[in-house]
Every structure is written in structure tokens, then in C-alpha cells.
Ligand binder design. Structure first.
Ligand SMILES: NC(=O)c1ccc[n+]([C@@H]2O[C@H](COP(=O)([O-])OP(=O)(O)OC[C@H]3O[C@@H](n4cnc5c(N)ncnc54)[C@H](OP(=O)(O)O)[C@@H]3O)[C@@H](O)[C@H]2O)c1
Length: 440
């Protein structure tokens, strides 16, 4: 691009937008030296001008997004508003004018990715979205470029820092889910309304974006089976530990022998020797298995002001020097050029399972449980049992060998229907990654 400063329109100046302003201001000289580029923030678009009074006195802050995008000197639009409504309309507006868009918005891409990529293509523009998954970790660049010679067989990640923070605190402090959530909210690691994070939806939206690129298909959020962390109890964390496992919310994409994708987000028992077991607090980590490279782990800060801004500004530089547009034009890996994913229904998943059955302290109850599992062809790998307390309810923890999800659900239906069972059985999946995935 030319030596004239590149005009930027920044839509949103909240957590991430503020970080982008900081990087572009404080690192202007380094960016000029490294990339031969200078950027001019021509517009900062916000919702409430009063909130921003005096914060950036030298920057043009406005509420008129349309005029800011349409300004002929706006060459690149950065969308950091979030959500799918206003953000979607404004991204469309920029693309229709052939202006490249940099965004951190996984919700928008998971919902409307193919349509927006097609719109960009039609108008010779492009979309850069590194910050949409894994915060500051350059995972999208790695999948699209560094790993382009690999058939990717599996992607297993901790991609939601809020859930990982809550589970880490439950595990280390023996806290309940409610206490850990409250503490995470107090410290600013969880939103006032944490639903998007703790329900697993945020992780599913990121998995939709990542799996689309890794497997060259179009994965929609609705293709992904999702369970959140709300029902995890300290007892399960404790039993998992006794069995040698740690509970993590994992986003998993892999395929069966017929190349159908298996896509899921759920709390998972991860073996304590697995590198993912070590990932704590707000950190993210994504394990990728490429057929040529083998196992690669991408680890770092998955959110936060400066890590996310780091990815946004990297995208900005790549758009400005033209590499994003070149990759977008040449690589047939974006969801608008790909077929819809062929997805395995969750009841056909093969996994190992952790079951916590709450049995009444009565003769015959274990025979009932074993019979129900045996009838569905489910074999057991370990059993842990406690003595009964004054309630006369005994937790019995069972881990299974590989079993089909549908068979496990049928067995649990039969188990829980018995009057000898005191509470619905807790069922979690256990992941045993190929040896190369583990730290051992
Ligand atoms: N925060 C993170 O750590 C993180 C990490 C990765 C990705 N992301 C993604 O980055 C994006 C931005 O997140 P954030 O945390 O920076 O959000 P945020 O702090 O809530 O900031 C949103 C900004 O957008 C502005 N805005 C909201 N609605 C608007 C509207 N209708 N018109 C004009 N401006 C509007 C807000 O204006 P006011 O300031 O006037 O309210 C605010 O400046 C989201 O897509 C998010 O998913 C965030």
C-alpha cells in the first residue's frame, strides 16, 4: 500500500477497541519500521458519546457509523461492537463498498460466515478474523497457512477462558460452581450475564469457525452438540481426580472412518498427563493433529484487552500489506467456498464415559446397574464406591470402556427409572487422546 497513512474506521471502543487504539498509538513507530505502514484512526464509533468524553481527546469519536464507514478515506473497517445485529449490518455496509473488514466477532461469523465471506468475495474485499477464536493466539493463521499441507484429523481445545477459570477454581479450592462463578464475576473474568460462556455456546461458536477452516467444510453453530459447565459438582471434580483426571470444557472436532465430522463442546475428563490438563485459569490451548506435523499445541491468552488487540492489529497489518486478500482469493478453505459439513449425530459418538450413579443402600442395586449397562453392551473399566451417609445414598462412580452414546443414554434411562436410584445419574465423557497428544 502507499505511504499515505491508511485510514481506519474503528467500530466499537470498548475492551478490545481500547486496546487497538493503544497499540496503534503506542506502537505506531514500530509498525512503521516493521511493515512500512502508518495508520490513521479516522473514526471511532461508539454508542454513547458521554461515556467516552475526554478519554481519547485527539481521536474523532462519533455515533454515526454509516458516515464513518462511507468516508472515502476509510480504507479498512475494524468491527469490535460484537453481537449479530448492528455489527452484521455495518460489516455488510463496509464489504459492499469493497472495504476490507477486520473483526473479533465469532458470533457473527458462526451465524452468517458463508454469506459475509461471499459478499466480501463479490466486492473484492476480504474479512480478517484472527481475534475471533483464541484471543491473541494466532490459531487461524496457523490453520490457514502454517498447516496448509496437513490433513487435519482432530482439533481439541480449551477455548473459553471464563469456563476454564471457574473449573480451575472449583478444582483447586474445592468450591461449588456458584461460588467459583461469583468470584470470577467479582474479578471481572465472567460477565454479569455469563450464559453465553457457561452454557458452552461461546466455545461452540469458536469451534464452528475453527472446524470450518480445519476441515474445509461449512460448520454452523447448530451442527455442534453443546453442554455447559453449570451442572458440574465438586464431587465430580474430586472423583475425577481420584481416577487421574481433570475436568475441562473441551471443544472437539474430529472425524469417523467415513470422514463425517464429530463436533462437540462439553465438560470432559482429561487425563492428568495430557497437556490440556495443565491449562489453567483464563488461558486457552488448542491441540491440533495434522497428518504430517503430528501434534501441535497452541497456547496463550484467549481473551483480554491487549492479547485480543494484538490479534486485531496483526490482521490489520496483513490486510494492509495485501496478504489477507491474497490468501482469501487463492485458498479454497473459507466457508463460502465449502460444502456443508456432514456431521455424526451425537448418539452415534463413541467415547469413554464417567457415570456417577446415586444408589440407595439396598441389596440388588449394583446388579440392577450392571445389568442395564451389560444389556447395552457397555463394559466397565473402573468402579469407585463410598460408604453411605445418613441419607443412605451412596455415590458409585463407574468409568466405561469405549461405548456408543446412544447405548449409554438407553442404559441410564433404565438405571434411573428404578426406585433404588436416589438422583439422576451424572454422565460425563472421558477423552483419551492418541499418545502423541499427551505430555507423556
Ligand atoms: N473482550 C475480550 O476479551 C474479547 C476477546 C475476543 C473477542 N472479543 C470480541 O470482540 C468484540 C468486542 O468485544 P468487547 O469486549 O470489546 O466489547 P465491549 O467492551 O462491550 O465494547 C463494545 C463497543 O461497541 C460499542 N457499541 C455497542 N453497540 C453499538 C452500536 N449499536 N453502535 C455503535 N457502537 C456500539 C460500545 O459503545 P459504548 O462504549 O458507547 O457502549 C463499545 O465501545 C466482540 O465481538 C467480542 O466477542 C472480545
Amino acid at each position: 500500500m502507499s505511504e499515505e497513512p491508511i485510514g481506519i474506521c474503528l467500530l466499537g471502543s470498548g475492551v478490545v477497541g481500547g486496546g487497538v487504539i493503544r497499540l496503534l498509538t503506542e506502537q505506531a513507530e514500530m509498525l512503521r519500521r516493521r511493515a512500512g505502514l502508518s495508520f490513521e484512526i479516522r473514526h471511532v464509533v461508539v454508542r454513547d458519546l458521554k461515556k467516552h468524553a475526554g478519554i481519547h481527546p485527539n481521536l474523532p469519536v462519533t455515533t454515526n457509523a454509516e458516515a464513518a464507514i462511507d468516508d472515502p478515506k476509510t480504507r479498512i473497517v475494524i468491527e469490535l461492537i460484537g453481537g449479530t445485529t448492528t455489527a452484521g449490518t455495518l460489516v455488510e455496509r463496509a464489504l459492499r463498498q469493497g472495504k476490507p473488514v477486520v473483526t473479533a466477532n465469532k458470533s457473527l461469523l458462526a451465524l452468517r460466515g458463508p454469506e459475509l465471506f461471499a459478499l466480501a468475495r463479490k466486492h473484492n474485499a476480504c474479512i480478517a478474523f484472527e481475534a475471533s477464536c483464541g484471543g491473541g493466539i494466532p490459531i487461524i493463521d496457523a490453520i490457514c497457512r502454517g498447516l496448509v499441507a496437513n490433513r487435519i484429523d482432530a482439533l481439541v481445545g480449551i477455548v473459553n477462558g471464563t469456563c476454564n477459570t471457574i473449573l480451575t477454581r472449583m478444582s483447586r479450592n474445592g468450591w461449588s460452581y456458584a461460588t467459583a462463578l461469583e468470584e470470577a464475576q467479582r474479578l471481572g473474568f465472567a460477565e454479569a450475564d455469563p450464559t453465553l460462556d457457561v452454557s458452552g455456546r461461546d466455545a461452540a461458536q469458536k469451534l464452528a469457525v475453527l472446524a470450518s477452516l480445519a476441515f474445509n467444510v461449512h460448520v454452523a453453530e447448530k451442527d455442534i452438540y453443546v453442554e455447559g459447565i453449570e451442572k458440574i459438582q465438586p464431587a465430580d471434580i474430586q472423583f475425577a481426580r481420584e481416577l487421574g483426571y481433570v475436568i475441562k470444557l473441551l471443544a472437539i472436532a474430529d472425524h469417523d472412518a467415513d470422514h463425517r465430522l464429530i463436533l462437540r463442546v462439553h465438560p470432559t475428563l482429561v487425563h492428568q498427563d495430557d497437556v490440556l490438563a495443565e491449562v489453567s485459569g483464563g488461558f486457552n490451548a488448542i491441540s491440533i493433529y495434522g497428518h504430517a506435523l503430528g501434534h501441535a499445541l497452541f497456547y496463550g491468552r484467549g481473551a483480554g484487552q491487549m492479547p485480543t488487540a494484538s490479534a486485531v492489529v496483526a490482521d490489520l497489518v496483513n490486510v494492509a500489506i495485501g496478504t489477507t486478500q491474497l490468501a482469501f482469493s487463492h485458498l479454497k478453505i473459507f466457508p463460502d467456498t465449502a460444502e456443508r459439513a456432514n456431521v455424526v449425530p451425537i448418539d452415534q459418538l463413541h467415547s469413554r464415559y464417567y457415570l456417577r450413579v446415586t444408589v440407595k443402600d439396598e441389596p440388588g442395586v449394583m446388579a440392577h446397574v450392571s445389568h442395564a449397562l451389560g444389556q447395552q453392551g457397555i463394559s466397565l473399566s473402573a468402579i469407585l464406591q463410598r460408604e453411605s451417609d445418613e441419607s443412605k445414598l451412596v455415590p458409585v462412580v463407574i468409568t466405561t470402556h469405549l461405548a456408543q452414546e446412544g447405548a449409554v443414554r438407553r442404559a441410564l434411562k433404565e438405571i434411573d427409572a428404578s426406585p433404588m436410584i436416589g438422583a439422576p445419574t451424572v454422565c460425563l465423557r472421558v477423552i483419551d487422546q492418541p499418545k502423541e497428544f499427551s505430555g507423556g
